[in-house]
Design a protein. Structure first.
Length: 376
């Protein structure tokens, strides 16, 4: 079986080689006699075929020239097409155009409207029941607060009146305080221990309210800082702080106790020396306080407002203002304790101008009924 396969493969390979040799021979020598499709044979066959086709074409017999005389064939001439005669255009004679007349502008005619009824008079709004009769401010270097008083038409105190107050621009800042039997109220706005808030100014509002309805116009005011915005190293260096005063008071108390002993002179001398040392220490602290650029607390100025004092008065319903102070007619800046030489003169002026019911000019900031207590 294997031999047969080998023989078949050898035959196939031999035939393939023989075929390639034949094609190569015909490619290089196409006119061999053994080539049935040689070019020469094909050319001969083609010539023979062409000769046969020519023999089959019939030939026409020529007609003698004298049989038919020559005829003149006219040369065709191009017939010109019809030309379009131009239409005569007539130039129109210009006519004189006169100056145009101006068309009048249409003037609208006003349509007369029917007469209207007499306009209704706008009622004047009723003023609120209370108005600010006076206001003033004091400094206390302790807390930011609001003090005040509410009086009736006759200037007598009204108890049980509610005052609403809060900080302007702070959402939810709305608090209530009620006057006591003397018509007075007081509220602490910000405690002095809140140093972060007492080194900046604040703007507040306050008005009388009843049942959630305002009974006066909102009165706005500003409180000044209690402390200066100093760096931490300034703390404890202020020579005017209250701690030094307390130390001196303590030493004075020791002097009083030592007066009962036999050796009074020696003890008093020691205490006096101690006070002298404290004063020199204060001087050193003052120099250092200034060298570091520290600022004193603003509440020590007489113009500083740490506590605002507002007095409201009820407005008369009959329009008669004879028994009431005109609204904001007086200003706390018109008079001050500096305008009087003695406390008695200030007290007389205070009582002549609604005191102690109203403190129009801020002469009684602690509201104890005594005006300008610091005067002699």
């Amino acid at each position: 079986m294997g031999r047969i396969i080998i023989i078949l493969v050898a035959l196939i390979i031999g035939l393939a080689i023989l075929t390639l040799i034949c094609f190569a021979t015909l490619f290089f020598a196409p006119n061999l006699p053994l080539n049935p499709l040689s070019p020469e044979r094909a050319t001969r066959n083609a010539q023979t075929r062409v000769a046969q086709l020519q023999a089959q074409i019939p030939t026409s017999t020529p007609v003698p020239a004298e049989t038919y005389p020559p005829t003149w064939t006219p040369t065709p001439t191009e017939t010109p097409g019809p030309t379009r005669t131009p239409t005569e255009t007539r130039t129109t004679t210009p006519t004189y155009t006169g100056t145009p007349t101006r068309t009048p502008t249409n003037t609208p005619t006003a349509t007369l409207l029917p007469s209207t009824n007499t306009p209704t008079t706008t009622p004047t709004p009723t003023p609120l029941p209370f108005f600010v009769a006076s206001h003033s401010g004091i400094n206390n270097c302790a807390d930011l607060g609001l003090w005040g008083m509410v009086n009736d038409v006759d200037g007598l105190p009204l108890g049980g009146v509610t005052v609403q107050y809060g900080e302007v621009g702070v959402p939810g800042s709305a608090f209530l305080v009620t006057t006591d039997s003397n018509g007075r109220f007081d509220a602490r706005l910000i405690p002095g221990t809140n140093r972060a808030q007492t080194i900046i100014p604040h703007t507040w509002y306050a008005y009388v309210i009843d049942g959630g309805v305002p009974q006066s116009e909102a009165f706005t005011f500003e409180t000044d800082p209690i402390y200066a915005d100093n760096p931490p190293e300034c703390d404890g260096l202020d020579p005017d702080s209250g701690s030094n005063t307390n130390d001196n008071n303590d030493s004075n108390d020791n002097n009083d106790n030592n007066d009962n002993n036999d050796n009074n002179d020696n003890n008093n001398n020691n205490d006096n020396n101690g006070n002298t040392n404290d004063n020199s220490s204060n001087s050193n602290d003052n120099d250092e306080f200034q060298e570091r650029g520290c600022l004193p607390d603003p509440c020590r100025s007489s113009a500083t407002v740490n506590v605002k004092v507002i007095d409201w008065q009820e407005r008369p319903t009959d329009g008669n203002l004879a028994s009431a102070l005109p609204e904001m007619e007086f200003s706390p800046d018109d008079f001050s304790c500096e305008d009087f030489d003695t406390q008695a003169l200030a007290q007389a002026f205070y009582e002549e101008n609604a005191g102690p019911v109203l403190d129009i000019y801020g002469l009684d900031p602690d509201r104890d009924g005594l005006a300008c207590e610091e005067l002699p």
